[in-house]
Design a binder for this molecule. Structure first.
Ligand SMILES: [Fe+2]
Length: 281
């Protein structure tokens, strides 16, 4: 089997479209300590598509506003900066994540649902256990499998079901076959997108949280949310049942197995609502 260098794969990753400009600017403003509703509104208003989307979200049945929200500024006040940030980020990546990934045997929309559910789950964990990493958990959950977008092309021609492959996790098989796995590649893509270190680390370690040297709580939250989505059976594909849950990740958060099963029920409810709200196809 052919081994690839990170550089070779990154060349392919560079073909991924960049983060939309308006979204990037909006995120920079939200993350800045001097951010205000009016400065964010100005950035959003420069982008017609984003403006339409923000107004649509604010007026959706989900928020049940009595009066119609007519301006971006009103929408920001009503929804709040955090929710706007999540919606913009989710919307910006939806096209990329919505694609089918034949190499992983994922149909159109399956990776997307898995990513959205992992984002929602990681944020629910943060809120329930007062981890104070709500937004980072959401973004890291959303993007943890971004490496699969590039990696899946390699898998199309590979046989990952050889007789002795059962004893390895899918991540180990990726590494043995190609010299790299989708988590390492995803982290490299995130670095190139200039995403912050904590997100890069969470993407790199989302299947092996014990390997994280920093941001251990964030990594653990994303790991547990990712496994929860697999138990829920969304976006499983060829590999989904072949990543073990690290018990230590649950311990780090202070979660029991019962907590995890309750979490899975809540993710299912919230995922259904979010899909309606974001209205991707
Ligand atoms: Fe993954």
């Amino acid at each position: 089997m052919m081994k690839y260098s990170i550089d070779q794969l990154i060349k392919q990753a560079d073909k991924l479209p960049p983060i939309p400009q308006a979204a990037q600017k909006a995120l920079t403003i939200i993350r800045s300590p001097e951010s205000s509703a009016s400065s964010l509104a100005r950035v959003i208003e420069m982008d017609q598509v984003l403006t339409t989307q923000v107004l649509r979200w604010a007026n959706s049945a989900y928020y049940g506003m009595e009066n119609r929200i007519a301006t971006v500024q009103q929408a920001i006040v009503v929804l709040g900066l955090e929710i706007i940030q999540e919606l913009i980020m989710t919307y910006s990546f939806s096209d990329r994540l919505y694609k089918p990934l034949p190499g992983y045997e994922l149909q159109r929309g399956e990776l997307w649902q898995h990513a959205l559910g992992t984002a929602i789950g990681a944020k629910l964990i943060s809120k329930q256990f007062h981890l104070k990493i709500d937004e980072d958990a959401y973004f890291a959950g959303l993007l943890c499998d971004v490496g699969k977008l590039v990696f899946e092309k390699l898998l199309r021609d590979a046989d990952m079901n050889s007789s002795d492959s059962d004893q390895y996790s899918f991540l180990e098989l990726e590494r043995t076959s190609f010299g790299i796995d989708h988590a390492m590649l995803g982290a490299e893509i995130a670095r190139r997108w200039l995403l912050p270190d904590n997100l890069v680390t969470a993407i790199a370690c989302h299947h092996e949280p014990q390997s994280a040297e920093n941001y251990k709580t964030l990594v653990a939250a994303v790991h547990v949310a990712d496994v929860s989505m697999m138990i829920l059976g969304v976006g499983i594909g060829i590999d989904g049942l072949r990543y073990p849950l690290e018990d230590d990740a649950l311990k780090r958060i202070g979660m029991t197995w019962d907590d995890m099963f309750r979490l899975i029920e809540r993710i299912a409810e919230e995922l259904a609502k979010a899909k309606e709200m974001i209205a991707i196809r």
